[in-house]
Design a protein around this ligand. Sequence first.
Ligand SMILES: Nc1ncnc2c1ncn2[C@@H]1O[C@H](COP(=O)(O)OP(=O)(O)O)[C@@H](O)[C@H]1O
Ligand SMILES: [Mg+2]
Length: 386
Amino acid sequence: MGRRKKNKGKGSKKQRAAEAAAKEAEANKLEEEAAKATATNTNNGFQGDPEDDPLGYFNIQIGPPGYIAAPPTTPKHVLVEGFKMMNPGGGEVLIDGCDLKLTHGSKYGLAGKNGSGKTTLLRNMKDYAIEDFPKHIRMLHVAQEQPRDESKVLDAVLNADEMRVQLEKEYERMEIYMEDCPDEEVQLCQLAIERLDELQGEINFDQGEKMAVKILTGLGFTPEMMQQTVCSLSGGWRMRVALAKALFVEPDYLLLDEPTNHLDFPTVLWLQQYLNRYEKTVIIVSHDRAFLNGVTTHIIHLHDQTLTYYKGNYDTFEVVREQELSRQQGEYDKCQLKIRTLEEFIKKYRDVANKKIKATSTEKGMEQRDSGQARARQVVQKKKRI
Ligand SMILES: Nc1ncnc2c1ncn2[C@@H]1O[C@H](COP(=O)(O)OP(=O)(O)O)[C@@H](O)[C@H]1O
Ligand SMILES: [Mg+2]
């Protein structure tokens, strides 16, 4: 059943009374919500099979907008065929009719020139804005720029997992709802609770704070720094908080946009080792070649509005790409040579043909001139005879 963490307060009598009052208020709120749910969620507008999507049936949205929970055994590979991606600022096409193919567990480096659309692709994935992209894949995008955050470092990391908060709330709501729900819904309630339980298991619900502290320590935070506000930190440390949040959430697909920009060498190394052990999918955009080499198992090259897939790390990609380019150059050169030879051939024979035509026409001209003169002579002679 539930993996919710129980808070066993040891404070004063006054504190315990305050906690009890807060708990009661919370329970009342949940009951109100459950009552509201009773009125609104029974079959209300739900389309589909409730047994396949019991959370959907009870209007439970877990995770970011667009995410739809599925049983943990559902495969998390991606195959989107022929997708097109536009520039968010205007009508320019960034990717035109390509397949997006990702194998779960692989570590991808996303390479391409500045402005080719790497960040836009990661954002579109994270927002489930790509048609046919699986909705049960949980993603987290660590962007190059971090928004302002007034909360304390440790809290920011703990709260980063919106699913934890939602799961706890929905779990309690379902338990209360199940007590008074119509008989025909009891089984569906149980299914929904089971699904919530599975999701709690997937996100290491019990490990919470211990894990957050471990990650922050690995990224160089002292216990004092964990209590500082995020916005009081420099850009480099704010990036570390963003990374800590991502590593804490452990999404199925971790999307990292220039993660090493503000990091010192030991931290880059720590991150590299962490990602090597990470069993889920990672997609990295980075100019840090050594880091890419240390982490990636595949490179996706975004070039000429196309995605090309290469097995191996960045160095391997460069070698294969170089070979490909020189092969293409060789083919191009061969083609050019053929064209030139043909052109020369055509020119040569055109000249010969022209000369021949000229000669023929001169011959004809002379013939015509001769026959003309002969005819004239005949006419003169005829006239003389007359
Ligand atoms: N929010 C936005 N508004 C307008 N244009 C954008 C926005 N985001 C990206 N672009 C444009 O889309 C193109 C791709 O940008 P981006 O995905 O950031 O490329 P990359 O990450 O490969 O450097 C660029 O021409 C960029 O100017
Ligand atoms: Mg970018």
